[in-house]
Design a protein around this ligand. Sequence first.
Ligand SMILES: Cc1ncc(COP(=O)(O)O)c(C=O)c1O
Length: 443
Amino acid sequence: MPQLTSLALRDAAVLWHPYTQMQTAPLPIPIVRGEGSWLIAEDGTRYLDAISSWWVNLHGHSHPAIAERVSEQLRTLEHVLFAGFTHPTAVELAEQLLALLPANQARVFYSDNGSTAVEVALKMVLQYFHNQDQPARRTFLCFQNSYHGDTFGAMAVSARGAFTEPFWPLLFDVQFLDVPVPGHEAATLAQLDELLRRSDVAGFIFEPLVLGTAGMVMYEPEVLSEMLRRCHQAGVLCISDEVMTGFGRTGPLFASELLTEQPDIMCFSKGLTGGTMAMGLTTCAAPVYEAFLSHDKMRALFHGHSYTANPVACAAALASLELTRADECTHQRQRIEAAHAAFRREIEGQPGIRAVRHRGTILAVEYDPGEGTSYFSRLRDAFYQLALDHRVVLRPLGNVVYLLPPYCTTDEELGLLYDVLRRMRHLVLDFTPAPNLPEILHD
Ligand SMILES: Cc1ncc(COP(=O)(O)O)c(C=O)c1O
């Protein structure tokens, strides 16, 4: 047997990666260090992380202020169970977050990641009605093409797409609404009115303003506020899944700040710890929490994880929140947003470009491969490779290529990213689909 020296070869012998067809995927790129917006490979190659490592990183990799706080916490208290016990960083983080969130949010429930934050939210809604002797209310409304995670409840309220097909028979039924993209608002509101006539609707879960995995599909706060208003009139609880949009991604600290009607429940993860480690949390308004208060122990929320409110993760979150709230971070986000807007003006309407969208630090370019659009998947692979060839990490969503960079990304680094997007336009113009090749799906 050859000696497995490179990290990638050792990985290939023992590991199984997410969203990856292990038989055909190329070897993974071994990253040994992170610095600002850059990932540094075993061989010294530097890659610009244009998608913040799956949308988690806010202030750059291996940030010294977060590292300092985390290592201090590790030496003080690494973990303690969170039923019957508490600790300072969990309390401090909850206090700070509630002061920043919409005023109706009253309680924080910790968990482990975005999917578990969503599971907790769904269970809060179902048990809210159960505890009030209305168990028939158990239908969720959600957007077509939405994505809320990979656990079973989260999959159930997400799109019925290729990734979940093996599990469809086991996913509970939900009712899908069209996303109220500009021009489609009235149609979605009419769909919502129709569904709200039913007596079994319990909750409406949504990605506020930007549906990430769907292809960075964007819609406006006014129509979302109106949807929430109508849900509330019908006694339906609203869950805002801010797992991707939270902590400044859409401009303000939270997308919900742009709404005039507030959600009852909110989900967070990803940027919560600045991209340092896994943690999720679900917050709720007082009436939701109060529906669980009783002399009957069985009305409690029976959900928890071994690492609930891990002190080290809470410390990372506190350090990241301090950085996010600083003026410097606001300026960084405004600078990125302005640069995105200027680039959008440059390429919008050019041949090969179908649409360009941006909100906050998120920019999405929808390329137009012309006829034969079912060959997106191979175009996606070509985009991915082109980016890597230019030492940029991107994960195109079919024909949509998006940037979601760490806030510390400089103007010069943004310039490199826009240059790759320009090259992709030329690639699209030269692209000829090979019709006989089977399609390979990717996220
Ligand atoms: C809106 C949204 N909700 C939930 C999730 C699931 O988060 P996690 O991957 O941490 O389970 C994601 C992940 O991309 C997401 O974008």
